[in-house]
Design a protein around this ligand. Structure first.
Ligand code: SF4
Length: 218
């Protein structure tokens, strides 16, 4: 597989969060085209539907607020596209605001969500020629939390590029990644389709091969 081939695939910003949460789930969605909704997905959709009203462009407290802003970065090492929930313009500075329904317990953000917003920053900076900041707004606690994207830019940029390369390799091979060790499945809408407990069982074929080998050795 050549690097050129992997670079040709555009990746949606949203799918980066899916991949980092569970590569197997990402593969079921992107490669198998499978999708199941549950309570958490429906709740997240409702929050986003309220935000994603493109008529909502207004000024508030000296901030220009734009919702549902399409962004992209077509540099070969990224080749990303997506829609940001909200971008605020304060003077010449930009701030991405990502909406999530529920704040994680005992921390201010999930790392997969942070990387999704970092990918948005890569696109927003490219489109608007800026160096934006970013925050996550949680609907349940009605609070915004800043994300340390500028401070850790080099680290997150390296991780983003590695993640995009891995995703492209799976897409080109048409292969669904294996379930990771210690994968947390609570709240996953794909549990009924995925049946992770069954997949963790040793494969029947392997068992038959082991039995055959043993009987040949006897
Ligand atoms: S049930 Fe678990 S392993 Fe299966 S897709 Fe969901 S998170 Fe991944």
């Amino acid at each position: 597989m050549t690097l050129q081939l992997t670079e040709e695939r555009e990746i949606s910003i949203r799918s980066i969060q899916h991949f980092l949460y569970c590569p197997h789930r990402w593969g079921l969605i992107e490669i198998d085209r499978a999708w199941e909704e549950n309570f958490f997905v429906t709740k997240a959709n409702q929050v986003h539907n309220r935000v994603h009203d493109s008529k909502q462009r207004y000024t508030s407290k000296n901030r220009k607020i734009y919702t549902s802003v399409p962004v992209y970065n077509d540099l070969a090492e990224y080749n990303l596209y997506g829609v940001t929930d909200c971008i605020e313009k304060i003077g010449e500075d930009y701030c991405i605001v990502e909406y999530k329904p529920t704040k994680p317990k005992e921390r201010t953000y999930n790392f997969d969500d942070l990387m999704q917003v970092f990918a948005q920053k890569i696109c927003v900076d490219y489109v608007f020629s800026c160096d934006c900041i970013a925050e996550i707004y949680y609907a349940d606690v009605k609070r915004r939390f800043p994300l340390p994207l500028k401070e850790n830019h080099l680290e997150y940029d390296k991780l983003l590029k590695e993640t995009l390369n891995k995703m492209r390799e799976y897409l080109i091979k048409g292969e669904i990644p294996e379930i990771q060790k210690n994968q947390k499945c609570n709240g996953c809408s794909m549990k009924d389709l995925c049946m992770p407990q069954l997949k963790k069982m040793p494969k029947v074929r392997n068992q038959i091969e082991t039995i055959n080998r043993k009987s040949e050795e006897e």
